[in-house]
Every structure is written in structure tokens, then in C-alpha cells.
Design a protein around this ligand. Structure first.
Ligand SMILES: Cc1cc2nc3c(=O)[nH]c(=O)nc-3n(C[C@H](O)[C@H](O)[C@H](O)COP(=O)(O)OP(=O)(O)OC[C@H]3O[C@@H](n4cnc5c(N)ncnc54)[C@H](O)[C@@H]3O)c2cc1C
Length: 482
């Protein structure tokens, strides 16, 4: 620490004893702005732009300041120098938190300038936390490797991996988080921990992967196991029009035939709902690492049980690095949406889906909604390392998502309908929910996101962040400890 920061630090301690904590902080802001050229506060003309959230339905977000570090050492010194100020610290990677947990009251550490990628030995790579899924994919493509990434290009790797990371290829490779072998992190007191892994700060490693971003430590970089790039067979069945009277039959067929133990074959079911009706059902599927030719694969599928019941729409070969061709750089900078999730621990069958249909008819009039049923199983059930993600034994995840773009002015009415539908169908599922699809209206959010991992997560939180500095407000683990 240089002489000037020592003087400031001493002043802060003195100031903290004479004034309120925030006055002490105000006193040091000029110093911080001079020392950290990339520290922005509301006086800066760019600030309004910099604090914008991806989900524009969550607009009331007023950080005290945002730091865009260029190297991890800046984060360490910044955290040490601001220790006595009482400001909460938030972290931001791709900024795609459904509930905008990465931008809020306090100081935001934004990792967008940390974007390095190195190839290490034995098909292992190291990547900084500012990478987004498409930049990770592009870098892997250059070295002929792949990784189970999620569906949206601009999602940040930090938030994605720390919550678990569901990919369409998770059946083949496990969750994103299952492929993290170690992390370099910075604690709330500014100390840097290298190589956090199952054998080195194992409790922190366990807690961070599945415990959700923003709670335990700032991740500077992840070391990831990668997979060979494979040629995969993509196929799609589509159902619309008159078929829809058979919706519950289609659903129960999908459930039964989803081969939940398979590590080579994966299908999802997506249901598009409009104004209280199911408009369309789609089954996209993948077969991993195929050597047969396309005609042969199409023939097999069309003549299978799937082909007997459904219309075969389309198939193509794709590299395992692509995500049904949509994992490219995108220009979507924001959306107005509400999302949430369930996990299924047993099959709900035809009768269960009929209950979902009656809820759709009762609660979703006047809105558009998407329900994705994502099959789990396969490699997700065989993790190489123990992490805190609590839903790995579920059969599938249900993703509920409503783009409110056209209905922004009626947000509270739409939100109520969304929640009513969510609650109506809850009895069919496990009670758990994905921490990366946070719903601000949950009352028992901690049990839903963390299940049996919760009490151990709180123990680890107290150990590594005893002052609850890493605190993004509602639904932060800190909020349970203060
Ligand atoms: C359109 C869309 C599609 C999606 N598709 C998928 C999908 O296919 N599969 C899936 O699993 N998820 C998916 N998600 C959810 C996604 O995984 C989460 O929203 C994730 O948290 C976003 O990460 P982020 O870094 O972009 O977000 P941010 O808002 O930057 O961060 C999310 C959380 O991580 C914390 N965090 C950020 N950076 C760091 C860091 N360096 N160290 C520690 N904590 C940090 C933040 O504080 C925050 O709590 C999708 C989200 C959207 C909006």
C-alpha cells in the first residue's frame, strides 16, 4: 500500500469514528476516482448507461459506483481500501441476472474488461470471468474443443457457472459447473485465493458452484475441463393445429421416452402458450457424436415410436460447439421479462399435464408464455466433483418465461397471472427452483434454490465473508445473516 492510501485509510478509520460511515465514504470518493480511472459514480455522464440492467422490468437500480477493473489486483486493492466504508459490494459479469442482482445499491465490480483465455495442458483451459458464453465458445472453437454452454450468447460465464449451468449438452457433459476444476478468487477483505479446488479451500469450491454468483467471493478466473468437438445430429418435431387436442398424450410420451439415463440422446419439450391456449409444441433433440449418415439417422427416427406419433420437421448436423446455431454474437441488449422454474423428481404423466392445461386456461389469458421442459439425467447424475447444486437428481427442469415487451404497462397484472400459474402447478413438482432463474416473489426462496445445501452454504458464507460485504440485497445469502 502506498503512502497516500495509508493516509486515506487512516483518515477513513478516524472519519468512521466521528461521522456516519457513508460520510467517511464520501470523503474518500475523490481519492478512489483519482486512483481508479475506471471507477464511475452518478456524477459521470456515462453512468446512466453503465447502470442499465438487461431485464428492463427491473429498473430501480441505483449503485453508488461501478468499478471496471482491468486486472484482478485492482479489485484486491479496491476492496481493501473501501473496507471501512460500509458499502455493499456487488459483482457483474454478463449482467443477465433475471432479477438484476448484479446491479443495485452499493458498489458494482464489473468484470467485462477481464477477458483472457489460455489453453493449459490436458485439454484444460483458463478463462477470466468477464467472458460471455459466445466468446468462450469462439475461443474453444479455435482449439477444436467444446464445453456445455447455455442458450444465450451474451450470458456471462460467471453467473452461468456459479448457479449450475444448464446446457442442452448437459446430458452428455454434465452441468457447466461440473466442468470447473478450480477458480482464482478474491475475498471480501481483498485477499486473493489461487486455485480454489476440491483439495484447496474445498468448502469454498463446493459452496460457490451451485450457491449462486455474488455470495462468497469475486471470481477472477475459472479453470475448465473441455470436451472434444463432436459432430452431433439435431432433429426437431413440431406440433400445431389439430394435433394440440393431443397435448397431454404428446407430453406423457415425451416424459416416458426421454431416456433419462442416456448420455448420448437428449430431447426437450417446449410449449408456446398464447392467451390461455397452447399454440405450439416443439421437441428439439440431439444425438451426440454420431458417425452414421443423415439419411440413415432420419430413417431411424421417422420409423421409431417418435415418428409414429409425431411430425418430423427438420434435422441437420451441427458441431458440439454450436447451440442450434443461435450461439452467435447477438445485438439483443435488453429484454422485459419474467421467468421462473420448477424441477420434476417424478413423471407427472397425462393427468399432470392436464392439470397444467387447466392452469393455462385459467391463469394465462391475455399473455404469452413459454414453458420449456429440459431433460436432465445422463452425465448430470455422475458428477466428477462434489458441488452444492441441489437438483441434480431431478428428471427435468421446467423453465417458465414470459416476454412482457408488449405488456410492460400492465406489469403487475401480468406478473400476478404468471405467479398464479406457477403456484397452481407447483404441487406437480419437487418444490425446488433454479437459483439462476430467480423470482423476486418467492417467499421461501432459500429453500427452493438451495434445498439440503442451505445450512452448509450459510456456514461457508460466514467463514469467508464474515462482514456480509458481498450483499446484493433481497435473496442474497447475506440477507439471511444480517
Ligand atoms: C435470455 C437468457 C437465457 C438464459 N439461458 C440460460 C441457459 O440456457 N442455461 C442456464 O443455465 N442459464 C440460462 N440463463 C440464466 C443465466 O445463467 C443467469 O441469468 C446468470 O446468472 C447470468 O450470468 P451473468 O454473468 O450474465 O449475469 P450477472 O447479472 O452479471 O451475474 C449473475 C450473478 O452472478 C454474480 N456474479 C457476476 N460476476 C461474478 C464474478 N466475477 N464472481 C462472482 N459472482 C459474480 C452476480 O453478482 C449475480 O448475482 C439465461 C438468462 C437469460 C437472460
Amino acid at each position: 500500500m502506498n503512502r497516500r492510501s495509508l493516509i486515506i485509510k487512516a483518515s477513513l478509520v478516524l472519519a468512521g469514528s466521528c461521522f456516519k460511515i457513508n460520510e467517511a465514504f464520501a470523503f474518500s470518493v475523490d481519492f478512489l476516482k483519482k486512483k481508479y480511472q475506471n471507477f464511475y459514480t452518478p456524477e459521470n455522464s456515462k453512468f446512466h448507461q453503465l447502470k442499465k440492467t438487461f431485464n428492463t422490468l427491473i429498473i430501480k437500480r441505483d449503485p453508488f459506483g461501478i468499478l471496471f477493473p482491468k486486472k484482478a489486483s485492482e479489485i484486491s486493492s479496491f476492496l481493501k481500501e473501501t473496507k471501512t466504508t460500509g458499502q455493499k459490494i456487488l459483482m457483474r459479469s454478463g449482467g443477465h441476472s433475471y432479477a438484476s442482482f448484479s446491479t443495485g445499491e452499493g458498489i458494482v465490480l464489473d468484470s467485462r474488461n477481464l477477458r483472457q483465455f489460455y489453453e493449459l495442458e490436458n485439454n484444460v483451459i483458463k478463462t477470466s470471468s468477464g467472458m460471455v458464453l459466445s466468446s468462450l465458445n469462439n475461443s474453444l472453437d479455435e482449439i477444436n474443443r467444446s464445453f456445455p454452454v447455455g442458450a444465450f450468447p451474451s450470458v456471462g460465464i460467471a453467473g452461468y457457472l456459479l448457479g449450475g449451468g444448464h446446457s442442452r449438452r448437459s446430458r452428455f457433459y454434465g452441468l457447466g459447473a461440473d466442468n470447473v476444476s478450480s477458480m482464482d478468487v478474491i475475498l471480501a477483505n481483498g485477499d486473493k485465493l489461487h486455485n480454489v479446488s476440491p483439495s484447496h479451500y474445498g468448502d469454498l469450491f463446493w459452496a460457490m458452484l451451485g450457491g449462486g454468483g455474488g455470495n462468497f467471493a469475486f471470481v477472477e478466473s475459472f479453470t475448465l475441463d473441455t470436451k472434444p468437438k463432436t459432430k452431433d445430429y439435431f432433429f426437431k418435431f413440431v406440433f400445431n393445429g389439430s394435433h394440440l387436442t393431443k397435448a397431454s398424450e404428446i407430453f406423457s410420451f415425451w416424459e416416458k421416452e426421454s431416456s433419462f439415463d442416456s448420455s448420448e440422446f437428449a430431447t426437450n419439450l417446449t410449449v408456446y402458450i398464447q392467451n390461455g391456449y397452447i399454440k405450439k409444441m416443439i421437441v428439439p433433440g440431439l444425438r451426440n457424436n454420431v458417425s452414421k449418415d443423415k439419411n440413415e439417422l432420419d430413417f431411424e427416427l421417422k420409423n421409431s415410436k417418435w415418428g409414429e406419433l409425431f411430425n418430423f420437421e427438420h434435422s441437420h448436423f451441427e458441431s458440439s460447439i454450436s447451440h442450434s446455431n443461435d450461439i452467435k454474437e447477438t445485438t439483443i441488449e435488453s429484454m422485459s421479462f419474467k421467468g421462473s422454474s420448477h424441477y420434476a423428481n417424478s413423471l407427472i404423466g397425462k393427468i399432470g399435464f392436464e392439470d397444467i392445461q387447466s392452469s393455462i386456461a385459467k391463469h394465462t389469458k391475455g399473455m404469452s408464455l413459454y414453458m420449456g421442459f429440459y431433460s436432465l439425467g445422463g452425465e448430470i447424475k455422475k458428477p466428477k466433483r462434489e458441488i452444492s447444486f441441489p437438483h441434480r437428481n431431478s428428471l427435468y427442469m421446467v423453465d417458465l418465461f414470459s416476454n412482457f415487451r408488449a405488456d410492460r404497462s400492465r406489469f403487475s397484472q401480468m406478473n400476478q397471472k404468471f405467479n398464479n400459474h406457477y403456484t397452481h402447478i407447483s404441487h406437480l413438482f419437487s418444490g425446488g427452483a433454479y437459483v439462476n432463474y430467480p423470482n423476486l416473489d418467492f417467499e421461501n426462496w432459500a429453500e427452493k434454490y438451495y434445498g439440503k445445501s442451505l445450512s452448509r452454504l450459510l456456514t461457508v458464507k460466514k467463514r469467508y465473508d464474515p462482514d456480509n460485504r458481498f450483499n446484493y440485497g433481497p435473496q442474497s445469502l447475506s440477507s439471511l445473516l444480517i
